[in-house]
Write a protein that binds this ligand. Sequence first.
Ligand code: 5GP
Ligand code: SF4
Ligand code: MG
Length: 453
Amino acid sequence: MSGVFGAYSTSGRTVLEEVYLGLYALQHRGQESAGISWVENGRIAAAKGLGLLHNAIDQQKLSGKSASSAIGHVRYVPTDPTQTQNILPIGANYARGPVAISHDGYITNLKELSKQLEQRGAIFHSSTDSEALLHLMAQKAHMQPLDALVDALRYLEGSCAAVVLLEDMLVAARDPWGFKPLVIGKADGTYYVASESCALDIVGAKLLRDVEPGEILVIDSKGPRSLRMAPDKHCNRCMHCSFEYVYTARPDSIIDGCSVYEARKKMGRLLAEKSPASDADIAAGMPDSGTIAAIGYAQRSEIPFEMAVVRNRYVGRTFIQPTQKVRELGVKIKLNPISDVFMDKKAVIIDDSIVRGTTAQRIISMIRNAGASEVHLRVASPPVLHPCKYGIDTRKEGTLAAVKMSIEELRKNIGADSLSYLSEEDLVEAIGLPEDQLCTACFTGKYLPENNS
Ligand code: 5GP
Ligand code: SF4
Ligand code: MG
């Protein structure tokens, strides 16, 4: 997963600081690197670096620059985080002018594509999906850049939410299945595209709509216009990633017309209806990802909600040496239950998902040590049973707790008095989109048919 952002001012004012702010609001989508690209004297210019946005890019240096159109990227890559050539946006000045690409997603036919491109002379500098798009464009140098881009997008399979900067335009494209979110917003004469609407809020832009699956949105001095990817790529079935609503997205975002906050709260409400913990004294969420579902659970079951587990909000932002002591502390570095709240209480704990089960096991033991007499765990999504073939998540099947154990075995393993999950039907109902518009494959195994992907 990654976060993409782009801005185009039709009045010619500079947008660089807004791109920085937009990326700041998308930091949760990637912490490994950040970059901003714009056009300066007809060539691509960029500010990039490793780590969080404020470490990666010096905001002061940006303030001396001016560009009426720019794109940015925050990247989450568990492997090779130190490879600076993989920092996006990727930029180049090819025969037809400058181009920079930010991309969120995973091109499933990247290997084949790269091989074909290399055979035709392309030299790859990075292992990013975006570079393949760049080479595809460069090999169509007889076409106008926009035509070459539209042509190149045709070859991509998998998930893709891309923002592309050309000399005089900004282009946003979303794959025909709509796996990854992408929205368009506007404030005065400036158009914005972003992975999530929370990034529009920070620049004071109004959310106009989602970029449609299979849409290529072109923004230039005349405003936005819409093209479609090749007709054979268009379909009625969508695959909006349901995990965005469960965990990935920020709760203040609206994705494909559905509020992430409302979806999470309803997940909690439905969980309370189907899996009550009737004699619990308190309900608490596992911060931050389980908190909103816990509010829904508590409201529906009329059990008092307590902020009983405290999260160190700087974890993940500061670097702590992984010494033996730190490894032993594990989850304790991040989460701490409040003894006074848990003492002699029957507690129902709500978390967004269980992946490996490590977090649940550690936190339940900590809550018991904090004095709780019973700990019931409710999970606001179905068991994660399958890998994501769309590259959105890199979990390995063999590490998934719900694959290795039955629910009863898992309950014993994590030390809960009871354990229940949200059903697939309730997940779909909570999000509010029709089932055939959602991808639930990591929960249900319902992947796209092979010849369709
Ligand atoms: P686990 O069961 O693997 O110990 O931890 C699961 C928790 O990690 C979930 O409650 C959720 O908040 C979070 N989580 C779920 N999926 C991901 C992911 O893809 N990346 C990260 N960093 N955290 C995740
Ligand atoms: Fe999202 Fe899961 Fe589908 Fe992957 S398999 S796109 S993580 S819902
Ligand atoms: Mg969590």
